[in-house]
Design a protein around this ligand. Structure first.
Ligand code: 28G
Length: 250
């Protein structure tokens, strides 16, 4: 039995869940990616990479700290997700004083506590397994955090930090988190590419479901043209379900 499965049976035991969280690196994810992100050959896992990061941004919105989520499909097969929330914490992590909290969040499999349960939450429910899973399965991933006028940035390849979290010289008035990643072609079937229409509809439905959160869709021009999808659109449905019924039902 794996440590993750084992931790399930220890539910309610905070200490065990916590120590497992600390022990687990990202190797497990790269060894058995399907278990964490979904099928790597049929597109479901590939799309879950985006759903996972968008859901993290939506969580920050649900926490009441963010009202904008931007999803950008880039021409090179990478995606950028941005929110205007508090920004992933950049201070030193209490349990790993040599690392930032951000680095720990991005490089540790959160197998304990609530994350543990979320893996098994619903039948198809792989949501919420964590941004670290996306990091593990990305050829590259860059995180930028905008906090207290500062811009912080860290790069990863296949989940591994390519240097420490840097505080850039520039100042900003922005707040929030921006994540850019490209799914690793050695993990996901090379013939499978993002279904632009599916992602566009996903963004729209998030805006219906989370009325009050503005979801901005931006797509590379060629991708947009090829798929007959707008290359930029703002979804903001302040009346949620009522808007849905008015707009989408004949
Ligand atoms: C852009 C794409 C995806 C996120 C936040 C903000 C915080 C956070 C995220 O904290 C660690 C563990 C529990 C508090 C929380 C910032 C509190 C204070 C955050 C995202 C710290 C995670 N300041 N925004 N994580 N928690 N956006 N967008 O992932 O105790 S993740």
């Amino acid at each position: 039995m794996s440590e993750i499965e084992n931790s399930q049976s220890n539910d309610g035991n905070e200490y065990d869940a916590d120590s497992i969280q600390v022990l687990r690196g990202l190797d497990a994810v790269r060894k058995r990616p399907g278990m964490y992100i979904g099928d790597t050959d049929d597109g479901s896992g590939l799309h879950h990479m985006i759903y996972e990061v968008v859901d993290n941004a939506i969580d920050e919105s649900l926490a009441g700290h963010c009202d904008l989520v931007e999803v950008i499909l880039n021409g090179d097969g990478s995606a950028t997700i941005r929110d205007n929330g508090r920004g992933i914490p950049v201070d030193k992590h209490p349990k790993f004083p040599s690392k930032s909290a951000l680095e720990v969040i991005l490089t540790t499999l959160h197998a304990g506590g609530k994350f543990n349960n979320k893996i098994y939450q619903t039948s198809g429910g792989l949501h919420g397994v964590g941004i670290s899973v996306v990091n593990a399965l990305s050829e590259f991933l860059n995180v930028e955090v905008y906090r207290d006028k500062n811009i912080y940035s860290q790069d990863f390849k296949k989940g591994k930090p390519q240097g420490e979290l840097l505080k850039l010289d520039q100042k900003t008035n922005k707040r929030g988190t921006k994540v850019t990643f490209k799914p690793d072609e050695s993990i996901f079937d090379k013939n499978i590419i993002f279904n632009i229409k599916r992602l566009y509809e996903f963004c729209k439905s998030k805006a219906y479901l989370f009325a009050g959160t503005e979801v901005k869709w931006v797509c590379d021009n060629k991708l947009a043209l090829d798929n007959n999808i707008p290359n930029s659109e703002v979804f903001n449905f302040s009346n949620g379900l009522e808007d849905y019924l008015n707009n989408e039902i004949e």
